[in-house]
Write a new protein. Structure first.
Length: 314
């Protein structure tokens, strides 16, 4: 029997549903799983009022997370594996996960431990995962696998469905667009990772440096979106520093700059992102070698191959 720690924070409950599908097979195989839910001292609302939503942007990007309530477990408790489940806010890890990884308790819990990251979000998760890699390495954790669950529908459709869900709590079909969030069948399919992980733990695979969840379509990257995301992340770095110059989170004096940023963000979504995708499509023959290399690099460590899907399918 192995001891597994799952660190979870989910505003909507969707991420909890995904992680639960992974946990059930682990427990069924006899492994001990402790699920620790992160609770910020000041909870983030759901759905998010527009002002609060935009006001969280600078601190997300600058990794300046508010404190959490104390964990329910000792930071000295020993685990064989840690699974970090996180959301993406403004191309960065959600603030509660950032707070955990930067806290003394979080660092002690994952130091020297194999770590699996699991994200459920829109299709832009690459910058957030690069940040997660950095924070995990700084805490002394050893990243083994990365699992990705993205919202259903075309990327351009999610620019409408996801903000609608965040700001109103409504995720149903909307003007012909698909429901917001990860498709139910994809959530149920997360159990394949639990079954594969149970087998890996039974063989002490977590003690090796190799990924444990290859061949299960763990992380599929659209390299064209990756180029747009990298450009947006660089812009977010500049905007977040500028807004923080005018005041701290919650202060009225920085709200005019937040309004300017919100208008910039809407303009970015409506013009720059579609134009970037169009240009990449036009020049795709020239960009193909670079995009293929980028895809292979960003899908590490677990990859998008499917050679183990049949073995661990329901």
């Amino acid at each position: 029997m192995k001891n597994v720690l799952v660190i979870n924070y989910s505003q909507t409950g969707q991420l909890s549903d995904v992680s639960a599908q992974v946990v059930v097979p682990l427990r069924a195989a006899g492994h001990s799983v402790h699920v620790e839910t992160l609770v910020p001292e000041t909870p983030f609302p759901w759905p998010w009022p527009i002002v609060d939503f935009v006001d969280a942007f600078p601190e997300c990007v600058q990794l300046d997370a508010p404190p959490l309530n104390p964990l329910s477990i000792s930071a000295d408790r020993q685990f064989d594996l840690v699974i970090l489940t996180y959301q993406v806010w403004y191309l960065a890890p959600a603030l509660p996960m950032t707070a955990f990884l930067k806290s003394p308790e979080g660092k002690r819990l994952i130091h020297g431990k194999p770590v699996i990251t699991l994200v459920a979000c829109r299709n832009m998760w690459l910058s957030a995962q690069e940040t997660m890699k950095q924070l995990i390495a700084e805490a002394g954790g050893l990243l083994r696998d990365h699992l990705v669950f993205t919202d259903q529908g075309h990327p351009l459709a999610t620019f409408i469905t996801t903000p609608r869900w965040v700001l109103t709590g409504k995720r149903n079909r909307f003007f012909g667009l698909p429901p917001a969030g990860v498709a139910p069948e994809e959530i149920r399919g997360a159990s394949r990772f639990g079954r594969a992980l149970a087998d890996a733990l039974n063989c002490d695979a977590e003690k090796s440096a190799a990924p444990m969840l290859t061949g299960l379509r763990a992380a599929t990257v659209n390299p064209r979106l990756a180029l747009s995301e990298r450009a947006a992340h660089r812009a977010f770095k500049v905007w977040s520093k500028l807004i923080r110059f005018f005041g701290k989170r919650g202060q009225w004096r920085r709200r005019p700059m937040l309004l300017v940023f919100a208008l910039y963000l809407i303009t970015l979504v409506l013009t720059v992102v579609p134009l970037s995708l169009l240009l990449q499509w036009v020049f795709s023959p020239l960009l193909k070698p670079r995009l293929e290399r980028l895809k292979a690099e960003l899908e590490l460590p677990s990859g998008s191959q499917e050679f183990n899907l049949e073995k661990y399918a329901q």
